[in-house]
Design a binder for this molecule. Sequence first.
Ligand code: ZN
Length: 239
Amino acid sequence: MAIRNDQGIVLRGYPFGESHRIVVLVSPNSGKIRAVAKGVRKTKSRFGGRLEPFTHVDLVLYEGRNLDTITQVSTISAFGELRNHLDRVLAASTMLEVVDAVVQQDESAHRMFLLLQRGLTVLDREAPHPDLVTSFLLKAAVVIGVGPSFDSCAGCGTKEDLKRFSFAEGGSLCDSCRVPGSYALRDGLIDYLAMVGAAEFHALGEPDESLSREALGVTRRFLEYHLDRRIKSLAMLDA
Ligand SMILES: [Zn+2]
């Protein structure tokens, strides 16, 4: 049996046996990690709160036949301020949920890890910009290889008259390339999505309230289409 070091951001955990917990993390090198934290459900756990969601930790793992066991944990970043605000927690939860849905075990996940880390860092510093989650989802789509095209028609390449958006075609469409089931978008929405997708999280521009909500709606449905699953935490954001 070998001991190895790794690092990761905690995505979630669930009970295992009477007093243990399985912790699910995303690691830049190893993708999704599932490991046992023994005795964490006792009142005086030696891991404290270090294995709670959002925490970026350094780990020492004891490799098992089926599951690794966490033997040591130290906090790299707790994102402690983020946890004090419900709106930040909700935005961060959507980020975790998407990362959890796309990252695989034993497959490096550098870009997705860095994207999540940048998202949590900005949420630790400030209240969520109305377009932050939209920007995160668009960037996540790029990382998994389904980034939508906004600057030209996904059918013929023209840059003019882009008023439709197709999930299956992977982006905006001009009027002549429209396909059944493509959405008619409000004027300005394609440009708005392009801007939100390209901007760094800390440098998102002045939000346009009327476009912001629709941008999130379209982006969410686009990503759900490609992931073939609902993003449940976004239903809470909507509420
Ligand atoms: Zn076209």
